[in-house]
Design a protein. Sequence first.
Length: 588
Amino acid sequence: MASSRSPFQTLPMLIVYKVIEYLEGRRRTSFNADIDEHNETKSVLTPLLAISERWRMAALDSICDNCKFDFDAKRESVEVTYPAWPADFSYPRFRKNHLVKRVVVVATLWADLYVGKFCEVIAKPQYESLMFSSATTLVLHLSNSAVNSSRSSSCDYSCNDLSAVDIQRKAATIARSFFHLTPAVVGIVVSVLPDQVTQHSQGRQYYYGGQYSQQIDFGGLYGKIVSELCQGSARSVQVFSKRNDSPISFNLSAVSGLTSITQGPNISCAPFAKLAYLNASTLKALGLRLANKTEWTNVIYGGTTASASYTSLASLTLAISGISYSIIWAAIKDIAPFPVLSTLDISGGYPFDDDLLFRGNGGTMKSLRIPFSAIARNALDRFGVLKRSGVTRMTRVCIDEVTDLDKEYMTRRTDVPIKQQVHHMLEVALALRLWNDTTAFGIFCAVHAAPSTAVLRCLEFGNVRVYTDSIIQFISVIPSLVSLTCIVCGLGPTIESIAARDRPSRLCSKYFPLSKNFRKLGIPYTADTSAEQAAYAAMFLVILCPNFTLLDISPKLRDPFSREVAWAAFNCPFEAYADSLRRLIYRK
């Protein structure tokens, strides 16, 4: 007897979650996003609640993602709501507090009495039972004026009536009042209106960003809030701002034992360099924006004569600006400052004149993004980062900002060392990204045949225009390639020289089967991107690559792309591949 259950009810839970993730549009909530941002989530997830209990629980996982506390000062009560909750479903029946990932609190800071009453209400038994055991983020939307709160009695206090110390103390008081309801929380977001001073702390990681007021020294406030909320237990500090009006200082004794430090834009590097030096033994991730030689020297020396060794640092991100000369580390030739470094990301130029950065980590490096300068290339060679027979394989190599000097080397096909460099990258890199330079593709085109030991699986060309015949040729010489992302600019001379009606059969006779491994083509949108050219490139790969199943194309190109493919499916020279092309449209 046939089952009366809907096919949707029998899907595996993994598929159910994937469907819901897709319907959500892979929503990512911004730390500064409005707390009532979930109308779209309601419309796409509400119908799923009625399918079955399994689907309901999976949908609730997203619907219960946010819980909102709104304090009514007159009634001395708190209204607890789920912004994404469908109006047709009652809270008591379906509410699952253990699913909440983000608790949002709306409150006012204008008076000590108000803050005290708020904390008293939250401590009442009826709220004690609202345990959010899975909540990892606590969001405080705070107002400096009672006028800004729809539920508070009006008063004459304004934003500037509160000092930095007042904001810091009251925000910390309200945050602490929720810690017993959110025992697993590792992130705190504080937005103070209307000045939009925002602090975010995640996993004891502190983010700050916002607009500055002339009345309050927010640079000093940032450091004070760190000390107040950390209470000596901080593990990470990340600071961001829109302007560099106020220097930031930390109570260094309150933020010891850090595992992560990140400096955002428009903020002086000095306090972060000092923090890094004092936490060298525990740091696992460090991100700095260097503007002069002294800043990096402080990372190594911290204003002393003793050099630091970052024995646990696995990830280093450096943004270089304003350094027109190399940084010399001649005084510390005998140490390996980053012995376990596995991820290195440098942008804006390669500032070092020696190879100390790679000393000791040739076998641990997994992910690399650097400007491809001669100095950097030689350092990689000397310490075996791109060695031919490494124990580990590089999961990512990103080559940026090819210098004029290197352009000369790379155009010489007789330059054996450059060919060897390219071969080494193909042998050790699982993913390779070439960005912002048209000569980048020439690096590989100059090498007619890839080494037989190539392991490259993912290749991405940034703002590089590539012909379809070059895509086909590259896939043919790198059989391990699975994914390619590039801007398609035309068919190319090899294909254009063939009569239109003969192109599929001629290419098949030369390349088919081109590659059984190749599965994905990515086509980003730029001013140079043509939906027609993108469609033709994808159609040729459908014919030539038997397992080509994924097309990651910019949303701006999807409709014209689909029209091009649909037209080609019933017209020469692609009518013989109509079924394959229709499937290409469906799985794009």
